[in-house]
Design a protein around this ligand. Structure first.
Ligand code: C5P
Length: 322
């Protein structure tokens, strides 16, 4: 029996800017994505029979073909029919990343399955090959293959590395009962703000370099070079997320949570992706612990979960392979 165990990291968006509608129904984006040390554990085990089986520790996560990890395995089988000789796989997901939270939990699980099956079945695929396969599964999957700090453009699937700033920390907070559908968030944004795009028909052709992401990309580069506290302050001030404009008014609790985190002594606070997770950026673990403790006092709600995670410069980590 052959097994591969991996850790699959969550991400946050330091910048998420919607540039326009795309003809394929998606939105043209400019994002700065960051991997964080909050990770699911994925175990992939060879099966002698020709089946894909998924188990997940979280009761709300489907284990059939609605699960992105399942779809990742099915995609590999479809692309490489000759691997049928190896049999199938059993995938076990130990969930630590909250579900439907704007942290790419499903995408990172799919990325881990692509990376794991590449090893298990000795497919010899490069990172670029894996990213191309990942793009077929979801817009965030190519980022999750490599991780770290990246600029993501197109519908989010075109990624290029940015300087490593992995010495920072985040405090994440999310109401357990709240989930936001990414499709709903983008659709609502299009309805409410679609008219504000620079040129509605050609917005999808806008080069991302003209977007507002320029200043935060420069701030990241400056911080990576000098490691100066003043640069982290600037980074915190430049956090940006267009989807806050639709998710916060629809969920006053999330607005309140964001306001509370914003009041704390942090570098900045923002919703991640389509939410409803909110994060605060801190310079150190101690500062993160102080913010988390203060948040528990300010909002003593048993439904409010919080986590502390460092920035990391990788996304998928192979723990065991035999
Ligand atoms: O690509 P993914 O399946 O993760 O996207 C989830 C949903 O988010 C899509 O079905 C789409 O409605 C929306 N989306 C979008 N524009 C993007 C990325 C996602 O409209 N660039």
């Amino acid at each position: 029996m052959r097994v591969c165990s991996l850790a699959a990291s969550a991400k946050i968006n330091l910048h998420l800017e919607i540039l326009g509608n795309r003809p394929d129904g998606y939105h043209e984006l400019a994002m700065v994505m960051q991997s964080i040390g909050l990770a699911d554990e994925i175990e992939i085990r060879s099966l002698s029979t020709d089946t894909i089986r998924v188990h997940c520790s979280h009761p709300d996560v489907p284990t059939d073909d609605r699960n992105l990890a399942y779809r990742a395995a099915a995609l590999i089988v479809e692309e490489f029919p000759s691997i049928a000789q190896y049999g199938g796989v059993e995938i076990t997901i130990q969930k630590h990343i909250p579900v439907a939270a704007g942290l790419a939990g499903g995408s990172t699980n799919a990325a881990a399955v692509l990376v794991g099956l590449n090893l298990l079945w000795k497919l010899g695929l490069t990172q670029t090959d894996l990213q191309a396969l990942g793009a077929k599964l979801g817009s965030d999957v190519p980022f999750c293959i490599t991780g770290g700090t990246m600029l993501a453009t197109g519908r989010g699937e075109q990624v290029s590395p940015l300087p490593d700033v992995s010495q920072l920390y985040v405090v994440l907070a999310k109401y357990r009962h709240l989930a936001v559908s990414t499709a709903w968030a983008y659709k609502t944004y299009r309805q409410q703000f679609g008219h504000t795009y620079p040129t509605p028909e050609s917005a999808h052709r806008q080069p991302h370099t003209s977007a507002q992401s320029g200043p935060i990309v420069s701030a990241l580069a400056k911080f990576a070079q000098n490691n100066a506290a003043s640069d982290t302050l600037q980074l915190g001030q430049l956090l940006y997320n267009d989807l806050e404009k639709v998710v916060l008014p629809a969920h006053p609790l999330v607005q309140h949570l964001r306001d509370e985190l914003y009041r704390q002594p942090t570098l900045g606070a923002m919703m991640s992706g389509s939410g409803p997770t909110v994060f605060a950026l801190t310079q150190s673990l101690i500062q993160a612990q102080q913010v988390q403790a203060a948040l528990k006092v300010a909002l003593p709600d048993p439904d409010l979960d919080s986590w502390i995670a460092p920035f990391t410069n990788t996304s998928i980590r192979v723990i065991r392979h035999d």
